[in-house]
Design a protein around this ligand. Structure first.
Ligand SMILES: [Zn+2]
Length: 74
């Protein structure tokens, strides 16, 4: 029930099999590509994304992560 609809909504279902590795923590999220966001060709998992969002912009960890992201984006 509703299966055809799900397949129509997710034409990229085959890509979910390819497990991406987070560029921040080097972990492979359990949800695969759906467990995070893609920036350029890099991948950042949801926990890291949320951590960045909630980080103090003046903290040292934030600066380290921003440096990593800059390297991804260049
Ligand atoms: Zn991560």
């Amino acid at each position: 029930m509703g299966r055809a609809f799900v397949q129509k909504r997710d034409p990229d279902i085959a890509t979910a099999i390819i497990l991406p590795r987070c560029r921040i923590c080097n972990q492979v999220p359990a949800g695969g590509i759906r467990g995070g966001i893609k920036i350029n060709k890099a991948f950042i998992c949801t926990p890291c994304e949320q951590e960045i969002t909630n980080m103090d912009a003046r903290s040292a960890e934030y600066r380290i992560i921003i440096e990593k992201i800059k390297r991804i984006l260049k």
